[in-house]
Write a protein that binds this ligand. Structure first.
Ligand code: SAH
Ligand code: SF4
Ligand code: F3S
Length: 476
């Protein structure tokens, strides 16, 4: 299979945390607990963040995490349903894991996350060796569900909640580099993009109490973290009112409060929705040096008719207006990235050209690019025929990818000669003598190590670049 054409999730300038189809495995922790949990997470940052909550809940129940499948008493796959391929990957992994049961019949295998929510108890029928199926809002029930399985039963809880935000649970940071962490600020999604399974797997939108968000950010600063990313499917619709009705916080207000936690703490956020991002948010980003000048603003398509079929509730002109506002308020340097879907139902070649021309207009720093994958139960699956042949979808996707590579490189060339503030994340992939980190715009910057170390801020003059990386020298 040509991986470049099947389900391209990124071009090579995205940081590892953002890779949409990345897999993360729990690290080794040892607090002296006797049972071992191995957890493998798929999909988006929300899922990675949820795995940290799951580990926290189970730590109190006598579990340490392990990165070694063979040592595990419980194996969880935290799954994603966003595209068919994501589900296929999980099924393949499940069959591998189930073969471990032959040598260890006591092993408990559980499926968590979006696929668990979508398939519910059908999972137990389809995958006979799965013991546990738990949806994203039911993780507090895990200790009880595991004890049911210990007693020889199968266990399912896929209830969605209108309130659950896990606000009081301090996540166990899995796979964190100790510099950067995610903070979940809301759950669920109330939009109904016709292609998207998320509203079905994650339920209604709800915002987390800002006081618990701030406490989490403060705790991270105390532990030496230098960057937080506020997570939600649509962060711009964050809203919270205190029970007595006296305190109201919207996303701009939350961003400001988090920025004030420490001037040394970088603040990022994802994902912004074009219909909801306000000038107030943009002015808040401008006001604080430590809020990164980088916005992930998925467009999906550059054609207004397709956007309407997608039920995105904005058209091309609206989107262009939001991009113009970003450039006006935050300047040409502000990083902008996007998600794009090629070959949505009934999309013509001309409409596909509109996506390419919009990319030329916006000059995205990078994009996550996919071809349309029909998901059972979504509005599009019920209302439209998935009528674009696979070869056409793949060709259009490749055109989008080629265009993005060209634009990414052009945008990177513009930085040559400039000095960028880089938060060091660790040694570069290629050499221990080089460090790697990211600038404000979320671009990876590689430079000679000198006396810098992980967690430092370094001013780096950019001297050259590739499509995915900026290369430079520290300015002392
Ligand atoms: N809440 C975010 C997106 C979350 S899903 C937003 O609204 O932008 C991440 C991306 O997956 C989407 O932006 C979309 O580009 C892609 N995606 C979602 N459903 C898809 C499908 N059925 N086929 C192909 N790509 C899809
Ligand atoms: Fe899916 Fe749309 Fe919600 Fe994003 S905003 S999660 S694409 S329904
Ligand atoms: Fe996948 Fe669920 Fe995230 S479907 S993209 S893991 S919200």
């Amino acid at each position: 299979m040509d991986t470049l054409l099947t389900d391209i999730d990124f071009i090579d300038n995205r940081s590892a945390e953002q890779a949409a189809c990345e897999t993360k495995v729990s690290p080794e922790t040892s607090t002296g607990n006797t049972r071992k949990l191995y957890i493998e997470s798929y999909g988006c940052q929300m899922n990675f963040s949820d795995s940290e909550i799951v580990s926290s809940i189970l730590l109190k129940e006598g579990f340490d995490t392990t990165s070694d499948l063979n040592k595990a008493d419980v194996v969880f796959l935290n799954t994603c349903s966003i595209r068919e391929k994501a589900e296929q990957t999980v099924r393949m992994r499940l069959s591998q894991i189930n073969s471990l049961k032959k040598t260890n019949p006591e092993l408990i295998v559980g499926v968590l996350g979006c696929m668990a929510e979508r398939l519910k108890s059908k999972f137990l029928e389809e995958e006979k060796l799965v013991d546990l199926v738990v949806g994203p809002d039911a993780y507090r029930d895990l200790p009880n569900l595991i004890s049911k399985v210990d007693d020889g039963d199968k266990a399912v809880n896929v209830l969605l909640s209108r309130e659950e935000t896990y606000a009081d649970i301090t996540p166990i940071r899995l796979n964190s580099n100790g510099v950067s962490a995610f903070i979940s600020i809301m759950r669920g999604c109330d939009n109904m993009c016709s292609f998207c399974v998320v509203p079905f797997t994650r339920g209604r939108e709800r915002s987390r109490d800002p006081h618990s968000i701030l406490a989490e950010a403060q705790d991270l600063v105390a532990k030496g973290y230098k960057e937080v990313t506020l997570l939600g499917q649509n962060v711009d619709s964050y809203k919270w009112t205190s029970e007595d009705g006296k305190e109201y916080v919207n996303f701009a207000g939350l961003l400001e409060r988090v920025a004030l936690v420490s001037p040394d703490l970088r603040v990022r956020f994802s994902t912004s929705h074009p219909k909801d991002i306000t000038d107030e948010v943009l002015y808040t980003i401008k006001k604080y040096e430590n809020i990164c000048k980088y916005i992930h603003l998925p467009v999906q398509s550059g054609n207004s008719r397709v956007l309407e079929l997608m039920n995105r509730t904005y058209d091309r002109d609206w989107y262009v207006n939001r991009v113009d506002a970003i450039r006006r308020i935050l300047g040409e340097d502000c990083g902008i990235s996007s998600d794009m879907i090629a070959g949505f139902c009934t999309e013509t070649d001309e409409e596909h050209q509109d996506t390419l021309s919009l990319m030329d207009y916006v000059q995205y720093d990078y994009s996550y690019m996919f071809f349309y994958s029909e998901r059972p139960g979504t509005l599009a699956a019920r209302k439209f025929e998935d009528d674009i042949p696979l070869e056409v979808k793949k060709r259009r996707l490749q055109e989008i990818i080629d265009k993005q590579r060209e634009i990414s490189y052009k945008r990177n060339l513009l930085t040559i000669g400039q000095v960028h503030k880089v938060l060091v994340e660790g040694p570069s992939k290629k050499s221990e003598e080089q460090l790697s980190g990211r600038n404000d715009q979320n671009k990876v910057v590689v430079f000679p190590k000198g006396n810098f170390k992980k967690g430092d801020y370094a001013n780096v003059r950019i001297t050259s670049c590739s499509v995915g990386t900026l290369i430079g020298e520290p300015v002392l």
